[in-house]
Design a protein around this ligand. Structure first.
Ligand code: HEC
Length: 473
């Protein structure tokens, strides 16, 4: 992704005649030097409403009837519920409910120096989130402290910055002890416990039966993805317009997209074509051919403290004028959302889509948003995959992916398959490489396909975060 900063003087010139273009974005936000790195933020559960949690029988009815409209509506209901103000704020910005949730480092605390007690064994997730903590730990996806055995970060998404978030119910579940084989209890946030669990199944336990306990119905897991917008000048953000608007239609990763948006941090107004002058100000247009302009308010954005900016730069290898500094913005490009309302989870994903939908609405769209959805949250498109196939028991794969994530060259069937098929094979292994699917163009038989489910692994209830943390390698 190209991040281009333009001198302030140029910004002033670009702003000439655009109402509000040069206004400070957050009049009440603290100055960069006053920005906090950590705070005590209390995780807020998603309120119970007629739309959440929805009874499994109802959702299973949508699946049986291939009622995509109902599933999409549920995706929007979750999105809207999570976006509600939590009543807490950080660095002068109101936090949506999902931002208050425990992150990867809160649920799976980093390994301590050799010999020291681990935070994971001496404290609970409740204690860890009651202490000042980083809300956003910017890192490349998949950088777990225990590694992932054979699945290198490059196999997943190399060019985006993300982390995981867990609803309070999911975080408590992952940190708790659960009954398991041999009459023992196992704490799911502990790598050594999970290794013990995997080794303790009585002789003859079938692969089907070798599984962790199910997450609670109110378990939700998230994977938000953030990009960078500089506080000064215009920053280029690529815009998803489908595989044909990419220099690589097979693996249309964000850095190959040919439609680009010049994002103005303090601009106002609708998305519009960029002016020749704005375009000329870009030093490295990369593969961009079509240029649009949009205000940053089309994104959910957060102001970065110095430490957050540094984490962001480390994760992305940014230096010089490309680097983030205190007062720059992390902008929400995309977010994966899973909920355990049904045994195999609901799967939906969201990505930034200001202006019109993609041609053909592939792999999803903004259609069906609730009329009451407001603010930046309306500028995201969604797709759902509540079943592996488009009709129950059929053979046509449901296609749902996030253009920011599953377009990666490391993902075998990223743009022809779906979330559930890949997550269903998340297993805890004793050593070596988990049976990462070479190909999941066909539906996978959970949890009996001998290619993935064996007598030496344990399925992790579709959670790659749990499987990854349990990996000793
Ligand atoms: C090819 C495999 C693959 C596909 C396809 C895939 N994921 Fe994942 N996902 C992973 C792996 C591996 C992780 C853990 C590492 C990470 O976060 O990068 C993960 C992490 C996640 C997380 C964080 C919690 C967890 O389970 O680890 C969520 C939420 C998630 N994915 C949702 C989705 C959704 C929604 C889709 C479909 C739109 C999807 N994923 C598609 C492999 C996949």
């Amino acid at each position: 992704m190209r991040k281009i900063a333009i001198a302030t003087a140029a910004t002033v010139a670009l702003c000439a005649g655009l109402a509000g273009c040069d206004k400070a974005p957050e009049a009440s936000a603290p100055k960069p030097e006053a920005l906090l790195d950590v705070a005590v933020i209390t995780p807020v559960p998603l309120p119970t409403t007629p739309n959440y949690p929805v009874a499994a029988a109802t959702i299973n009815g949508w699946i049986a009837n291939a009622d995509t409209a109902a599933m999409r509506n549920h995706a929007w209901q979750l999105w809207q519920a999570m976006a509600q103000p939590s009543g807490q704020s950080f660095n002068g910005q109101s936090l949506p409910i999902w931002e208050t949730w425990a992150g990867t480092a809160d649920v799976f605390p980093p390994a301590p120096p050799a010999g020291a007690a681990t935070a994971a064994t001496t404290t609970t997730v409740a204690q860890r989130v009651a202490a000042p903590r980083k809300l956003r730990v910017f890192q490349q996806p998949n950088q777990f402290h225990h590694g992932r055995g054979g699945i290198t970060p490059a196999k997943f998404d190399t060019t985006v910055t993300s982390f995981n978030k867990f609803s309070p119910e999911a975080a408590t579940f992952l940190d708790a002890s659960h009954p398991g084989p041999g009459g023992a209890s196992y704490r799911y946030s502990s790598t050594s416990d999970m290794q013990k669990l995997n080794a303790s199944w009585p002789q003859g336990t079938t692969p089907q039966d070798r599984g962790v306990q199910d997450f609670p119905v109110r378990g939700i897991e998230l994977k938000p993805v953030f990009g960078l917008v500089h506080a000064k000048g215009l920053t280029v953000q690529p815009l998803w317009q489908g595989p044909s608007a990419s220099t690589n239609a097979q693996n249309p990763e964000p850095q190959t997209w040919t439609t680009c948006v010049l994002v103005a941090p303090a601009g106002q107004g609708p998305v519009r074509p960029a002016t020749p002058r704005e375009i000329a100000s870009i030093r490295d247009p990369g593969p961009c051919k079509t240029f649009l302009w949009a205000p940053m308010s089309t994104f959910y954005s957060v102001k970065l403290s110095a430490a957050e900016a540094q984490d962001y730069n480390t994760a992305n290898g940014l230096t010089g004028d490309q680097a983030a500094v205190a007062g720059d913005f992390a902008v929400l490009q995309a977010m994966h959302v899973n909920s355990k309302e049904i045994p195999f989870w609901t799967w939906q994903t969201f990505w930034w889509q200001p202006g019109a939908d993609t041609p053909n609405g592939f792999p999803g769209s903004k259609q069906g948003q609730p009329a009451s959805l407001t603010g930046p949250w309306t500028n995201y498109a969604t797709c759902t995959a509540y079943d592996q196939t488009t009709t129950q028991g059929g053979s046509t794969m449901t296609v749902c992916f996030n253009p920011y994530l599953e377009t990666s060259t490391g993902i075998p069937a990223g743009i022809t398959s779906n979330c559930m098929s890949c997550h269903g094979v998340a297993v805890i292994v004793a050593s070596g490489t988990p049976p990462y699917p070479a190909d999941y163009k066909k539906p996978i038989a959970f949890f009996s396909d001998p290619l993935y489910f064996t007598t030496s692994n344990t399925h992790a209830d579709f959670s790659w975060a749990l499987a990854g943390n349990s990996d000793p390698n």
